[in-house]
Write a protein that binds this ligand. Structure first.
Ligand code: NAP
Ligand code: GLV
Length: 307
């Protein structure tokens, strides 16, 4: 039996993954190209078709937390268990990014950066953290860590998910019926939902209009959660104050896209929480060892739910 590494990365990064995985799994044969005896695939953003025609495949281990691309690829076998990356190091990185965005929005630091570029000295009123309500959409691995980090920084935090997530210090709101009130209450909305049929295009005109006037959107999940033209309209009209965006429909974001030059948008190149190979190789290897020992892999995706 052998492990297929289907990792879309530059040669140095691929070599680094290979070395870390081989160190974790010294008895395994790691392959860069498919053969008939591949029974486990370790994948990061693989091209469509990379997992087709592997008759012995019994585990797909994603090195990414979000598996929307894999689930959308009709050539990925639907009857093979799919495990996603769940790594506390990623959750911590996400919490850092969310805290940076929230602090910068709350204290007006993006506005001050724009003022510096314009040579303008102007002071804005200063609010306390406990006056800035944050809604975190999605209280899973990332959202829960983010919500706790924001609450520890004295922000009032509401967390929205499909069931009562019981996160200490966070007010839980549940289900679609609670979404309008959650959006309306928040000064800053942080999106950490998975991309599914239910969440695709969530931030279109209707939901953006339910947000509080002057609120800000922080999208750290997937670009397809946002209807780009509707977001631009909401920012241009002044309904929303600012958006911090890490993820986009097309990545890299095309040079002609209006987000690049929009004065109320701050962009990151999909770096809110990068997979850390040092810890992620261990997580992936633990699942390989589990399957070899006849145990179930951890962090399996529920394909019916889409996450
Ligand atoms: P997760 O552990 O699967 O958590 C998903 C959360 O969303 C759960 O709380 C779930 O609620 C909730 N949810 C799902 N569908 C919902 C719906 N229709 N309505 C309300 N709540 C819903 O996911 P995660 O590991 O935190 O990751 C979240 C997303 O972050 C990933 O899918 C990925 O897209 C993104 N991400 C981005 C980066 C980056 O660098 N930008 C890095 C990693 C991940 P229940 O548990 O109640 O069902
Ligand atoms: C990054 O976006 C991931 O899903 O790991």
């Amino acid at each position: 039996m052998a492990l297929l590494l289907a990792i879309d990365a530059d040669p140095d990064e691929r070599a680094s993954w290979r070395a870390l995985l081989q160190a974790e799994l010294p008895d395994e044969r790691l392959l860069d190209a498919p053969t008939e005896d591949v029974d486990i695939a370790i994948v990061a953003n693989p091209p469509a078709g990379a997992l087709a025609g592997l008759p012995r495949l019994r585990l797909i281990q994603s090195l990414w937390a979000g598996v929307d691309r894999l689930l959308a690829d009709p050539t990925v076998p639907v009857d093979v268990p799919l495990a996603r990356m769940v790594d506390p190091a990623m959750n911590e990185a996400m919490a850092e990014t969310a805290l940076w965005a929230v602090l910068a929005l709350h204290r007006g630091f993006f506005d001050y950066a724009a003022q510096q570029r314009a040579g303008e000295w102007r002071v804005h009123a200063q609010r306390r953290a406990d006056e800035v309500l944050i809604a975190v959409l999605g209280l899973g691995q990332m959202g829960r860590t983010v919500a706790l980090r924001l609450a520890a920084n004295r922000y009032p935090v509401w967390g929205w998910s499909t069931h009562d997530a019981a996160v200490a210090g966070v007010r839980s709101t549940v289900g679609e019926a609670a979404l309008p009130a959650t959006l309306a209450a928040a000064d800053i909305v942080v999106n950490l939902l998975p991309l599914t049929r239910a969440t695709n295009g969530l931030f279109g005109a209707r939901r953006l209009a339910q947000m509080k006037p002057g609120a800000a959107l922080v999208n750290l999940a997937r670009g397809a959660h946002v209807v780009d033209a509707d977001l631009v309209d909401a920012l241009d009209s002044g309904w929303l104050r600012h958006a911090v965006l890490d993820v986009f429909h097309t990545e890299p974001l095309p040079p002609e896209h209006p987000f690049w030059r929009h004065p109320r948008i701050t962009l990151l190149p999909h770096v809110a929480a990068q997979t850390d190979p040092r810890s992620a190789a261990r997580v992936a290897a633990d699942n390989v060892r589990a399957v070899r020992a006849g145990r179930a892999a951890l962090h399996l995706v529920n394909r019916a739910r889409g996450y």
